[in-house]
Write a protein that binds this ligand. Structure first.
Ligand code: GRF
Length: 279
C-alpha cells in the first residue's frame, strides 16, 4: 500500500508540540524556502507556554493550546456519568501505554486523555490535514486518537531521538548516552498503539565521541532530526512510502525514492564529517 498523495499538491500538516519547537521551526523554514512539499496548517500544544505556539504565531499559522491540566481527576462514579466518545473499559483493553496496575486509576487516566484528545481532534479536523506530526509532543496518545486519524491509513508521524527499538520513551538522548552507546540514532515512525513501536520510516545515526555530554549529542542529533523529518514528509508527498506486511504480521515501510542510497549516505556524511554536526 502506498502512503501519501501522488499529486504535485503540497501536504497539509498539523504539528503537535509541547516545548521549544525547533523541529516545528525547521519545518516552517523549509516550507517557506520551498524545500518542504508541505504546509503547516495548524499547531497545537498541551502547554500554554510552549514556545512552539509562539513560533507558529510568528509564522501566521493558527496555534491552539489544549488544556490537559484543567481536566479534573475522575473517580469511578464520574466515569459512569461521563459522555465519552469511547468506552474507557474498551479502550483499556486495547491500549498498551498506561501501565498503572489499578484498573480504575488506569481508566480514569485514559478518560482524561480522551477528553483532551476530543478537543485536539475537533480542532485538527477543522483544518483537514493529510498528516499529524508529533514533534516533541510529550503526552501519550490513546487508541481513540490514533484510530480516529488512522481509519483510512497511517496518518500520524513521530520523531524519536534514539535508534528504535532501543530506548523508547521520553529520554532517548539521555539513555543512549548513559548506556555507553558509540552511535546515537534518530527515528521517524508511524504511530501505533504501543510506545514508539509503530512502523519505522527513516533512521540515521551520529557518532558519540569520548567526552561528549548530553548537550553536545542533543545538538548533534537535533540537526539530523530536522533533516530526517522533512525528508520523510517529502517522501510522503512524492508517494515514495510503501507499506508492506511481513510474514510475522508486522507492517514494514519501504522507501522507493531512486535517490534513497545517496540520501542515507548524505546523512551519515553530515553526522561524521560535516561541519554542521561533527563539532
Ligand atoms: C526532539 O528531540 C524530538 O525527537 C523529541 O522531542 C524533542 C523536541 O524538540 N520527540 P523540539 O521541541 O522540536 O526542539
Amino acid at each position: 500500500m502506498r502512503c501519501g498523495i501522488l499529486t504535485r499538491k503540497k501536504l497539509r500538516l498539523a504539528v503537535l508540540v509541547s516545548g521549544g519547537g525547533t523541529n516545528l521551526q525547521a519545518m516552517i523554514d523549509r516550507s517557506g524556502a520551498g524545500a518542504l512539499k508541505a504546509e503547516i496548517v495548524v499547531v497545537l500544544s498541551d502547554r500554554p507556554d510552549a514556545f512552539g505556539l509562539e513560533r507558529a504565531s510568528m509564522a501566521n499559522i493558527p496555534a491552539f493550546h489544549v488544556d490537559y491540566k484543567s481536566i479534573p481527576k475522575l473517580a469511578a462514579a464520574d466515569l459512569e456519568k461521563l459522555d465519552l466518545p469511547v468506552d474507557p473499559a474498551d479502550l483499556d483493553r486495547r491500549q498498551k501505554i498506561v501501565r498503572n496496575p489499578d484498573p480504575v486509576e488506569r481508566r480514569s487516566r485514559l478518560a482524561r486523555l480522551v477528553l483532551a484528545e476530543r478537543e485536539l481532534i475537533r480542532i485538527i479536523d477543522s483544518f483537514q490535514p493529510d498528516y499529524i506530526c508529533l514533534a516533541g509532543f510529550m503526552r501519550l496518545v490513546t487508541p481513540y486518537f490514533i484510530n480516529h486519524f488512522n481509519a483510512g491509513g497511517l496518518k500520524i508521524l513521530n520523531i524519536h531521538p534514539a535508534l528504535l527499538p532501543s530506548f523508547p520513551g521520553q529520554h532517548g538522548y539521555e539513555e543512549t548516552l548513559q548506556y555507553g552507546c558509540k552511535w546515537g540514532g534518530i527515528t521517524v515512525h508511524f504511530v501505533d498503539e504501543g510506545e514508539d513501536t509503530g512502523p519505522i520510516i527513516a533512521q540515521t545515526v551520529y557518532p558519540i565521541r569520548p567526552g561528549d555530554d548530553i548537550g553536545k549529542i542533543r545538538e548533534r542529533g537535533l540537526l539530523l532530526e530536522y533533516e530526517l523529518y522533512s525528508q520523510v514528509i517529502n517522501w510522503l508527498a512524492q508517494g515514495y512510502v510503501l507499506l508492506k506486511s511481513s510474514p510475522g504480521g508486522r507492517t514494514r515501510v519501504e522507501i522507493t525514492d531512486p535517490n534513497y542510497g545517496a540520501i542515507l549516505a548524505g546523512w551519515i556524511e553530515k553526522a561524521t564529517v560535516g561541519r554542521d554536526v561533527s563539532s
